[in-house]
Design a binder for this molecule. Structure first.
Ligand code: UDP
Ligand code: MG
Length: 319
């Protein structure tokens, strides 16, 4: 009788409108994973693509028993897709990688080596980033450093979700029910033995980035609000500082009224000050709103994602 191969590695690949990329991604990943000579599965999470990604993924899965596809009912976002992949992975080690081949699949072999040495989290640290706009490079460099200065959790800088995690890390992550997930921060938060492998980020194989500015802002504010209260404290400090300033200015005005008799009438400066403070108050309300919105999301308790179909999950791999 043939023996079912045990799955050692799961590779989680979120895909959103990646019809130009998914085939090449599959080929490169297959080559790398075959070379381990161990059982593996590759899970594509189709995050509500509007192109032919699902059809191509389904075809690959029909031809290759190692390939599985999870199809979301709509676009839930990259971080949620990664989460769904981890929830459905059954390997002893789980790799997370982008579909666009910016993260070279071959690096997974280095990660596996570290994992076999006993590390629980092997994360990829980006040395160079090719083919990305100056704007993206600068904002991302700044973001990782600002986040680091704001939180007590040790989240390594210049690190994406490209990493390999042990089964026990994956199980720990599955116990965290929070929505608006910032996965790379959560992986740092759960702890365990972590190590970096360095790599150069390549250009996207084809197509365009699926992270427009709007998604980048959502991603950055999820990271900051989930791991820091500093923006809220900032509002308090600023409020106290401003009260002190206005107290001093009241004293000055009283002094002028009593001893100099010259109170200057200045509409322009009044309007400017009023605009400034109103702007400040709205900004602070906005910051508080960011947190309240996320509390509301938690309170609603909706599932993080809805799956419309799973392809290839009932296959038994025989060798
Ligand atoms: N992605 C996704 N859902 C989204 C946006 C992106 O699943 O809403 C996937 C995308 O297909 C890719 C990965 O997330 O595999 C990273 O996206 P991308 O390469 O476009 O981001 P960038 O590298 O430009 O930051
Ligand atoms: Mg990319």
């Amino acid at each position: 009788m043939m023996k079912a191969t045990e799955i050692i590695y799961s590779v989680v690949v979120p895909v959103y409108n990646e019809e130009l990329v998914i085939n090449e991604c599959y080929k490169r990943l297959k080559k790398v994973m075959d070379s381990t000579k161990e059982g593996y599965e590759i899970i594509f999470i189709n995050d509500g693509s509007k192109d032919n990604t699902l059809e191509i993924g389904g075809n690959i899965s029909n031809l290759d028993p190692n390939i599985k596809v999870i199809n979301f009912s709509r676009n839930f976002g990259h971080q949620v897709a990664v989460t769904a992949g981890m929830d459905n992975a059954c390997g002893k080690a789980i790799a997370i990688i982008d579909a666009d081949l910016q993260d070279p699949p071959e690096v997974i072999l280095d990660m596996i080596k570290k994992w076999k040495e006993g590390f629980d989290v092997v994360y990829g640290k980006r040395l160079k980033r090719k083919g990305e706009t100056l704007f993206k490079k600068v904002t991302s460099k700044a973001f990782y450093r600002i986040l680091k200065s704001m939180t007590t959790v040790d989240i390594p800088v210049d690190t994406g979700d490209f990493r390999l995690i042990d089964r026990k890390v994956c199980d720990a992550l599955k116990q965290l029910p929070e929505r608006n997930r910032y996965v790379r921060g959560l992986v740092s938060w759960v702890g365990f033995k972590q190590v970096a492998v360095e790599y150069n980020r390549e250009e996207r194989f084809a197509g365009e980035t699926k992270y427009p500015l709007k998604k980048m802002i959502k991603f950055a504010s999820d990271g900051i609000t989930a791991f820091s209260y500093k923006p809220l404290k900032f509002a308090t400090y600023l409020g106290v500082g401003m009260s002190m300033l206005s107290f001093i200015s009241i004293l000055i005005v009283i002094y002028q009224k009593l001893f100099t008799g010259s109170t200057t009438a200045g509409w322009a400066s009044l309007v400017a000050i009023s605009l400034f403070f109103n702007g400040l108050i709205l900004t602070m309300l906005g910051i508080i709103g960011e947190y309240i919105g996320r509390i509301y999301d938690e309170a609603k308790g909706r599932p993080q994602y809805i799956i419309s179909e799973k392809i290839g999950f009932d296959k038994v791999i025989n060798h």
